[in-house]
Design a protein around this ligand. Structure first.
Ligand SMILES: *Cc1c(COP(=O)(O)O)cnc(C)c1O
Length: 479
């Protein structure tokens, strides 16, 4: 008898195999090097680069993919991964993300993917509550904070041009009144890209001077406002500088900007999460006064890539800037069509993973995630900072800090800092990245992963100690 496609479920063997591979990945994670220590050529040599004429059996493809990828995988799920601002995935988020792929919903329209729209709507409302944003704020699930900036600044463009009677969606930017973008001189590069993509051009940016930790100097901002001639303008503030984690002074700055009709956007890629932590919420005081907020799910919340969130206090502007419908008010559906709020048309159903992880953690679990990762960052920075040849450049206010290593021989601290980072990474015990902060090479300490434990922190401090001691030994031998 012929088998029907149903009898020979084409996924069965493969998904079981993948489950085994996934479990083994997690089981052996703690014994793997945290970073990648292979050259591009060595990694590429493990891949088959011939496009096949004939198809290859699925089990073979997955097995070979798993093998070829291994050496080039960053152990971002490790508790000792401290580079960039990259989190792992909570179990519920990973599981919901698997189901998202299994269900393969196109989450652009409610009618095409009803459950996907509903999940986003519930999770979006929860996020607003978690961040203490205005109840009427609009939201969108996008690919990351970069696209959240784009979404928010696109809404801002509609709003500030609307105030001067310029229909930017219809007329475009040619002949439009010039727009002024005011931002911190430490603004994340994703702000510059959003400004470029929206057609403002980076020449439109007026950078504001910052203090040693990267906060906009309020008096400098006030001075700039005295000279401000009016017209469409957007101010971008930072909630969590990528290097130091500091926050701009929202309470002082936002009301001044609003007196000049300036739209205030917040880059809170990870830092917005401090609003959800009772010990850290003071840093975000006044943030709810802003006009838009951009943040991530894939960083501090530990949702799988990719996942970002955009919020605006001006749903009409947000909607008008993206929809193909004439009016936000005449759209009477009970559940939103997500594509009216996002730059994407067809899109992944990102709401499921967020919905799941917010239920896994609850507000108490989020509070704990934020406060413990902040504590670990502090412990690592002070633990390493107290060693010979180490210097603390930025003591973490949240989960980000900076260290620098002092060259005992040539006084070339930039090079020495890079060398120490390289040596630490070669041990495979922990993984850090360098950055240049205000002209100095530093080692970034970024604790974003939910799996980091006190033991990981101690193991990391010990590793750095061993590396520095080894270096001292070499020195005394050669000198
Ligand atoms: C990571 C980051 C971004 C960009 O976010 P993506 O999710 O990578 O698009 C923007 N701003 C800050 C401060 C960041 O740390």
């Amino acid at each position: 008898m012929l088998q029907t496609p149903r009898d020979m479920n084409p996924y069965q063997a493969t998904l079981k195999d993948v489950l085994e591979r996934a479990l083994s990945y997690f089981d052996t994670l703690d014994d793997q090097p945290v970073g990648v220590n292979f050259s591009p050529a060595a990694l590429k040599s493990q891949w088959s680069d011939k496009l096949p004429d004939e198809g290859i059996p699925v089990d073979q493809i997955i097995k070979e993919l798993d093998q070829a990828s291994r050496d080039g995988l960053m152990s971002v799920q490790s508790g000792r991964f401290f580079s960039w601002v990259i989190g792992g995935s909570h179990p519920s988020a990973l599981a919901a993300d698997w189901l998202t792929s299994v269900w393969d919903q196109n989450a652009g329209l409610y009618s095409v993917a009803p459950s996907a729209s509903i999940a986003e709507e519930i999770a979006g409302e929860w996020l607003k509550q978690i961040f203490h944003l205005p109840a009427q704020a609009s939201f969108a699930f996008v690919t990351g904070c970069q696209m959240a900036h784009f979404t928010c600044l696109n809404a801002a463009r509609n709003h500030v041009y609307g105030q001067v009677g310029w229909d930017v969606e219809k007329k475009g930017l040619s002949g439009a009144p010039p727009i002024q973008i005011i931002s911190s001189d430490q603004a994340h590069i994703s702000i510059h890209r959003a400004v470029r993509m929206l057609g403002f051009g980076t020449d439109a940016i007026m950078p504001m001077a910052t203090d040693a930790m990267g906060k906009i100097i309020v008096s400098e901002f006030e001075k700039a406002m005295h000279g401000f001639s009016g017209g469409p303008a957007i101010l971008v503030l930072q909630a969590g500088d990528v290097n130091t984690g500091v926050y701009d002074d929202f309470e002082k700055i936002i009301p001044v900007a609003h007196r000049h009709n300036i739209w205030v956007h917040i880059d809170g890629a990870f830092g917005l999460w401090a609003t959800a932590c009772k010990d850290k919420a003071y840093l975000t005081k006044g943030i709810e006064l802003a006009d838009s907020w951009a943040t991530d799910g894939h960083k501090w919340l530990n949702v799988p890539y990719d996942c970002g969130y955009a919020f605006t206090a001006h749903p009409e502007a947000h909607y008008r800037s993206l929809t193909h419908h004439a009016s936000y008010v005449t759209q009477g559906g009970e559940v939103r069509d997500p594509m009216n709020w996002t730059p994407e048309f067809s899109r992944r159903a990102r709401g499921f993973a967020t919905y799941a992880v917010l239920r896994e953690l609850g507000t108490k679990g989020i509070d704990d995630l934020i406060s413990r990762t902040c504590r670990f960052a502090h412990e690592i920075v002070t633990g390493i900072g107290s060693m010979d040849h180490a210097e603390i450049i930025a003591l973490p206010v949240i989960n980000q800090g900076l260290l620098r290593f002092k060259d005992p021989v040539n006084g070339n601290d930039d090079e020495f800092t890079e060398k120490v980072i390289h040596e630490i990474n070669l041990t495979g015990e922990a993984f850090f990245q360098p950055t240049t902060y205000k002209g100095k090479r530093c080692m970034r300490v970024s604790v974003s992963g939910w799996r980091t434990t006190e033991e990981d922190v101690q193991r990391t401090i010990q590793t750095v100690k061993t590396v520095l001691e080894k270096y001292n030994l070499t020195l005394s031998h050669s000198g």
